[in-house]
Design a protein around this ligand. Structure first.
Ligand code: HEC
Length: 103
């Protein structure tokens, strides 16, 4: 319990210092930091298209999501320089989880 709190705290501190997610941040955390403002906290969409259940990206292959996130597309910024490949893979896993969730 205490250790979890410490880990959470160090993630917050790291984020505050670097302006980006911690290297080992989970997909949900990275999403909240970098994506939610355009795609909505619940993946419902906003500036960018919805990414949740029944959205166009739910029917697209992983490679498509990876490419759009890494290189950007139209109004979607590229994150290939901000995030590691691992972090982007965690993001895609998080999005897939939510698409499967029904939420
Ligand atoms: C500044 C606003 C903005 C931010 C921040 C942003 N996006 Fe986007 N995103 C967009 C827009 C706009 C599009 C539509 C691009 C197009 O096809 O023209 C898009 C498209 C996408 C697509 C493709 C959706 C589809 O149906 O084709 C995915 C996947 C995606 N974004 C994921 C993410 C993730 C993950 C993050 C966080 C790392 C993120 N976006 C951050 C605006 C944003």
């Amino acid at each position: 319990m205490k250790r979890g709190l410490l880990a959470a705290l160090s993630t917050v501190l790291l984020t505050a210092c670097t302006g980006g997610p911690a290297p080992d941040a989970g997909g949900d955390e990275i999403y909240g930091l970098l994506c939610a403002r355009c795609h909505g906290a619940e993946l419902q969409g906003g500036v960018g298209p919805g990414l949740g259940v029944g959205s166009p990206s739910a029917g697209r292959p992983d490679e498509y999501l990876l490419t759009v996130i890494t290189r950007g597309q139209g109004g979607m910024p590229a994150f290939g320089n901000t995030l590691s490949e691992d972090q982007i893979l965690r993001l895609v896993a998080f999005i897939r989880e939510r698409q499967a969730d029904g939420s």
